[in-house]
Design a protein. Sequence first.
Length: 102
Amino acid sequence: KTCLPANIVVDSGADYTLLPRRYAIALGIDLANDCVTGTTLGVGGSEAVYLYKKLLVKMEDWQNEIPVGFLERDDIPALLGRLVFIESLRVVFEKHKTTFEK
């Protein structure tokens, strides 16, 4: 399995984690064959999203398989959403810093 370090924006308004296409390529995920195609809605409108049901994510001593959506483009930041990830940890936003606690 590939381990890919990532800088990611915590988006408490996002239902699930969204990643640019370059992450799928780096992880060896084939959008057409490994994902279910859907549509995502956001501030910028709607666009196609490729849903990958279980991506193993690790952060310090926490790890879990989470659903991830990949977009067809690379000009967006990686967004960490609520489903499984933020829902399973205590998230503290304080003075421009985000911390996670079990």
